[in-house]
Design a binder for this molecule. Sequence first.
Ligand code: FAD
Length: 625
Amino acid sequence: MDYPVRYDVIVVGGGHAGTEAALAAARAGSKTLLLTHNTDTVGVMSCNPAIGGIGKSHLVKEIDALGGAMARATDKAGIQFRTLNSRKGPAVRATRAQADRALYRAAIRQIVENQPNLDIFQAACDDLIVAGDGIGSTVQGVVTNTGMRIFATSVVLTTGTFLGGVIHIGMENHKGGRAGDPPSIALAERLRAMPFNVGRLKTGTPARIDRRSVDFSVMQEQPGDTPLPVMSFMGSVDEHPEQVSCYITHTNEQTHDVIRNNLDRSPMYAGVIEGVGPRYCPSIEDKVMRFADKDSHQVFVEPEGLTSNELYPNGISTSLPFDVQLQLIHSMRGFENAHITRPGYAIEYDFFDPRDLRHSLETKFIHNLYFAGQINGTTGYEEAGAQGLLAGVNAALRAQEKDIWVPRRDQSYIGVLVDDLITMGTKEPYRMFTSRAEYRLVLREDNADLRLTEIGRELGLVDDQRWAAFNAKRDAIEAESQRLKTSWVQPNTEAAKQLEALGEAAISHEYNLHDLLKRPKLTYADVAGLKGEPVDNPQVAEQVEIQAKYDGYIARQLEEIEQLRRYENTALPEDLDYEAIGGLSNEVKQKLNQVRPATLGVASRISGITPAAISQILIHLKKNK
Ligand code: FAD
């Protein structure tokens, strides 16, 4: 049977990529269907209920600046907020929130259910409807597990860890998408029969523990930060639910002995798991073996929610058998009598080589088919959400026959993420770090809205309320910077004495407040009130301070970006014959042929493509104009 409605965009999967994709497509004006296994699991967090962290909160705030849901849901669900790297510069500062799992899911569901242009339908997608055969064919819709055909112009697949998913606990394994959910087998087989390059990855999660069986008195308490951070540019601390503490305990020699003595029962070390795991979120087995000289690792004991007794012991993800999990947990301080509510496990799943995608996240082989999230080899809710938003808006733009949007590396972490994936691919689950971005000082989490909200508005992603708030903020920053530049402190005045009280030397001539703010020890709060009234909006004050303090560095970075952009956007014809370009080594030609970069900038970032090779291509392009 055919579904009675035809859609512009169908998004398959109601995880973090899927919800942002569906919301973005709908906001951009396309009639959208979110098709997912189970409508009750929309917005479920498969692993730790935590959002943000270093590099990741940059993505969350960019999603937010483009009108997405993740940051808004975090503000409604966060039960412990922290600012990480608070003593370092603003480029690497990050916000992290421990969320209440149930509140987060409810917040996402509420946003999804109330989005105009968006329908939800519960079914498994087992197949794609494709016109034509193989490379160059066009997707036209999906087929559900009951054989129903649903037609659409664009389809976005965001199936997470579900494709060909296999769950491992010790030597036992079974098929599953994540604990308690079915895998996607039929769709995985269908995709494997298509011309995509497929690989296997794995990820894992720790056992969960009943808080009533834990002795917190021997652990170190870790309360949230004051003042309470906020995740969304539209959020406020008043939205946050009750705040609670996390705790810290440690593994010890006994824990490590338990692990070493049972490695033959670890599916990873016994060679049962072939997929590569996340380097930066390794299992406890991996940590003990890789860092053999360390006799202890930190374990963050994090609540799963305000109304749940379950705790997430962050740092001991494992696929060892249950009896070994019990021993290793009981070996830690405070966990001696811990009751495990759910065993830890590892999951192996199919992912597709993201080098087979365009920068819009459309597949190169099948027109109008987009992939986003863990299916592209990434790990993390934030990485998934960012790709989802991009794929969703581009699927909508395609359906409306409009130009696609490709975020640049110098403009956003979303741009860095997608460019890294598409040009370099990945052999292990990819996660975001600030070190992946070349222009960190410009791409701060605090200015994501100033970088992206205007673009989001043009794409139709930003509603009137956010747009009005953004404009008011931007105007206020401008006005306040101007006020500081034109407010002067003269020597031997009351304001000058206040400066001296702050530890500054007596001034010998007049200074404006903006120049005073550039001094390392002075903050906005110190100088803004020396003359006139400071602003009371902390977001505005923060921007004014950062822009003043890093003025010179930011200007230099913008200049570098401009220089690079001169050739960054030079288009490379799709049919460019790299064999015909003199001076390129065989290796370089092979890589260029494999990636087929759309621009010189993309070509320059392919590993092994040297500046000399870029000049050869430039010369060739000029000669053949
Ligand atoms: P998911 O959140 O997995 O969502 C996929 C959605 O698609 C689900 O709603 C599913 O029901 C639906 N779906 C799948 N197939 C179909 C189909 N055929 N038809 C209809 N619906 C379908 N991330 C970290 O950053 N660190 C970690 O340590 C970590 N550990 C993890 C451990 C485990 C065991 C798991 C399962 C995940 C872990 N993650 C971790 C990853 C994190 O959960 C994902 O990165 C994130 O959820 C990916 O989002 P997604 O939207 O791509 O997919």
